[in-house]
Design a protein around this ligand. Structure first.
Ligand SMILES: Cc1cc2nc3c(=O)[nH]c(=O)nc-3n(C[C@H](O)[C@H](O)[C@H](O)COP(=O)(O)OP(=O)(O)OC[C@H]3O[C@@H](n4cnc5c(N)ncnc54)[C@H](O)[C@@H]3O)c2cc1C
Ligand code: FES
Length: 281
């Protein structure tokens, strides 16, 4: 579909928010599974950022916020040629967009408390999850853990707080409390809440961790969640060409059942969100 840029602004050095609009862009397209239903947190769109065949490939961006059925927001980091071209588009410019695509974050029955863990640009899809939980799932509480190398790269913390989600931050340079890695804050939080259980029951029963960010952070979060017996759903990245399951360009190795063998899964079609226990890092 052809979408129009409504707003495209630099949030902090090299990081942009872009709002685009097109009829039904926040809904699944006709002819696809879930046609007419709203995009869900964790899904993504493929954006053709140039007018010509260069760059040929679309670039995947996660749904950051569904503003209305006809407009969505992305948070993106200018990292190469495609996102540099995107950053130069101005209100009124048009671009070709495919989506929403992919599976989204699952919230299995029985989940009562969501730990949302984002590093850097990894906050992009997690904001959509926070929107969904605070707007539509009053039965679930959430806490957010956001890390960045310095205060200007801790993205979205105020937005999470505005949603009344208890929000913790960590910066590598100490420009926001606390200094260090966000995974340490997460570990302390889980241990503290487990300690508060007076009856010996596990207080983390009914908890789930939702993570997106640098690979090292995802590995650490996955190991921690496993240690404490908490389910971890993680949004994975891979280079994508088609975005719709046709080219096999985005596959990753995941465990195939309990027998230790592995199988390839497509990040665009089987993901981008996976059960962290299944991923062969
Ligand atoms: C599911 C998903 C969701 C994502 N969500 C976000 C998000 O919300 N925000 C965000 O900032 N980032 C997100 N990303 C990452 C984002 O897609 C990349 O940062 C973006 O594609 C970079 O594009 P670029 O052209 O700027 O960078 P480049 O490094 O120039 O290109 C990126 C990739 O495109 C491919 N490519 C480029 N040129 C060619 C070529 N000539 N031939 C073949 N392949 C080529 C390569 O695979 C290359 O690694 C997401 C990624 C995935 C998979
Ligand atoms: S990007 Fe083509 S199969 Fe996933």
């Amino acid at each position: 579909m052809i979408a129009r840029i409504r707003k495209n602004e630099e949030l902090t050095s090299g990081y942009f928010l872009v709002d685009i609009e097109a009829e039904g862009i926040g809904l699944h397209e006709a002819g696809r599974p879930a046609a007419g239903r709203p995009a869900v947190p964790g899904q993504f769109y493929m954006l053709k950022v140039g007018q010509s065949t260069d760059p040929l490939l679309r670039r995947p961006l996660s749904l950051h916020r569904k503003l209305t059925d006809d407009s969505v927001r992305f948070l993106y980091r200018q990292s190469g040629r495609g996102t540099a071209l995107l950053s130069r588009l101005i209100p009124g410019d048009e671009l070709d967009v495919l989506g929403p695509l992919g599976n989204g974050f699952p919230i299995p029955t029985g989940i009562k408390h969501a730990l949302i863990v984002g590093g850097g640009i990894g906050v992009a899809p997690l904001m959509a999850l926070a929107d969904y939980i605070s707007d539509e799932r009053q039965d679930i509480t959430a806490a957010a853990f956001i890390g960045g190398r310095s205060r200007e790269y801790v993205l979205g913390a105020d937005e999470f707080r505005r949603k009344r989600i208890e929000t913790f931050t960590a910066t590598e340079d100490g420009s926001l409390p606390r200094k260090g890695l966000i995974t340490h804050v997460l570990d302390d939080y889980i241990r503290e809440h487990m300690r508060k259980d007076a009856c010996g029951r596990s207080t983390v029963c009914g908890w789930a961790v939702y993570s997106c960010g640098p690979k090292a952070m995802l590995i650490s979060v996955a190991a921690m969640a496993k240690k404490y017996g908490i389910k971890n759903y993680t949004s994975m990245e891979s280079n994508m060409a088609c975005g719709i399951g046709a080219c096999m360009g985005c596959v990753i190795s995941v465990l195939d059942g309990g027998n230790g063998s592995s199988v390839y899964k497509k990040v665009c079609d089987d993901g981008p969100v996976f059960d962290a226990d299944d991923i062969i890092w």
